[in-house]
Design a protein around this ligand. Structure first.
Ligand SMILES: Cc1cc2nc3c(=O)[nH]c(=O)nc-3n(C[C@H](O)[C@H](O)[C@H](O)COP(=O)(O)OP(=O)(O)OC[C@H]3O[C@@H](n4cnc5c(N)ncnc54)[C@H](O)[C@@H]3O)c2cc1C
Length: 410
């Protein structure tokens, strides 16, 4: 056992030398410039470095092997296209294949959930039931406080609360331990993530939890194993004898049928008010003409998110609409006031995929105010989402085609 850990530690040291990893935690500044700066710093590592090292989680201070771009991508302070453009300017599609695929995993989850919105509504129903039934249970309270006695799990719970980020492998191990070792409802775990991840995303989060539990790829679960954790944490943890050794797939009593993607018309002519939400803080860049005025609104607060998550989302919206968000009043009232100040009756906003922004837009009460609301969907989403119908492979094989359609020379 000692020899195994020593060998693992040696590997870790070699890796640090090879990668020249920066020894500071990534700072999450909610501006496009900060996201682009991080992208520029990482882009030379999107080839072999990434494909060989990405699965290692060396801790908060050592994140040179993954991009940590997810908070900026989540709010589209930088877009998937920005990331692909930078990557393909440095590497060929073959050299950066793994990294490009990971970016498309996000696209896959967004497109998949968009075509199966009942997964989001049943998640919310299940969460409400689990919250009513079990949040006072000591197992749940120990899990979210990081006091279970499983050192790695407790560390990740604390790391998540304190930093707002977890490495992908830690997310997988954490979700697996939550579901199969602690036997807590997956919806409570997904909710804990959504309230604390700065990149918290209805599609990537909900569907990844379902994937771990065996609900996304039906019957296929992800089991966290002590040796795998020891290897990929560089020997920091080795929870021998503490984890479940079998992962029976979760089941649910309903099928989620596929619905067509909504058609989107052209952006209306004339003056518009731009409604900026946390879904797409750069949507203004694809409008055919500048908006007459801006209004920023935040949906995340309705989920009871952490101060870290809220301040990143608020900062992202403020940086993009140049104004303070009024978080006190209902969206409908804010919109009615803002359109009347701007002297227009047309509101445009970035397309809101399935999630809490879309829920709030659907609940708007603009009847009688003679206001039209138009959602603008990016070509990237319109091109890629239709391929996210079944497993990831269906989208993966279309990546070169999608890139060419977007104008990349691949
Ligand atoms: C249980 C669980 C919950 C998750 N919840 C979220 C979430 O709420 N929001 C979120 O953005 N991601 C989520 N992920 C996916 C993934 O863990 C993060 O996107 C990734 O860790 C972000 O770190 P990075 O930017 O360094 O990623 P990199 O490895 O550098 O990848 C580059 C980009 O590709 C995308 N990406 C990478 N891996 C995945 C993946 N497996 N699924 C989807 N997109 C991916 C992200 O946009 C990421 O920024 C979750 C994964 C699991 C297992």
């Amino acid at each position: 056992m000692l020899r195994t850990v020593q060998a693992i530690l040696l590997t870790k040291q070699d890796m640090f030398q090879e990668l020249e990893l920066p020894s500071a935690a990534v700072e999450f500044t909610p501006t496009r410039q900060a996201g682009l700066a991080r992208l520029e710093k990482f882009v030379s590592r999107t080839g072999q470095h990434y494909s060989r090292q990405r699965n290692y989680d060396f801790g908060t201070e050592q994140r040179g092997n993954v991009s940590v771009l997810s908070p900026w991508i989540r709010h589209r302070l930088i877009t998937e296209e920005d990331v692909l453009h930078a990557t393909l300017s440095h590497k060929s599609i073959f050299a950066a294949e793994k990294f490009i695929q990971e970016v498309f995993w996000r696209t896959y989850f967004k497109g998949w959930l968009e075509q199966r919105p009942s997964v989001w509504t049943t998640y919310q129903d299940g969460l409400a039931r689990a919250l009513n039934a079990g949040t006072r249970s000591s197992d749940y309270q120990d899990a979210i406080a990081g006091c279970t006695g499983i050192a790695c799990f407790d560390h990740w719970a604390q790391e998540l609360i304190q930093t707002g980020y977890l490495h992908n492998h830690a997310r997988m191990w954490f979700a697996s331990i939550w579901i199969f070792t602690l036997r807590l409802p997956w919806q409570l775990g997904a909710d804990f993530f959504l309230r604390h991840l700065i990149d918290g995303d209805p599609a990537s989060n909900t569907l990844s939890w379902r994937w771990v539990g065996g609900l996304h790829t039906k019957g296929k679960t992800y089991l966290a194993r002590p040796d795998n954790i020891a290897k990929y944490t560089g020997g920091r943890f080795h929870p021998v004898g503490q984890l479940a050794t079998v992962a029976e797939p979760l089941t649910e009593p309903f099928e989620h049928s596929r619905v067509p993607l909504p058609a989107i018309g052209p952006v209306p002519e004339g003056d518009v008010l731009l409604l900026v939400t946390e879904e797409d803080c750069q949507i203004e860049t694809v409008l055919p003409h500048p908006p007459k005025a801006h209004l920023g609104v935040l949906a995340k607060q309705s989920l009871g998110v952490s101060p870290l998550v809220q301040s990143f989302a608020v900062g992202a919206i403020e940086a993009s609409c140049g104004g303070l968000i009024d978080m006190g009043s209902a969206w409908s009232d804010q919109i009615v006031d803002a359109v009347s100040d701007a002297g227009t009756r047309t509101v445009v906003t970035g397309y809101a995929p399935v999630g809490s922004v879309a829920d709030q837009l659907a609940a708007l009460n603009l009847r009688g105010a003679d206001i039209t609301l138009h959602q603008v969907r990016r070509d990237y989403d319109t091109l890629a989402w239709p391929y996210a119908t079944k497993g990831f492979f269906g989208l993966k094989k279309k990546i070169p085609h999608i890139l060419r359609e977007l104008g990349f020379a691949v």
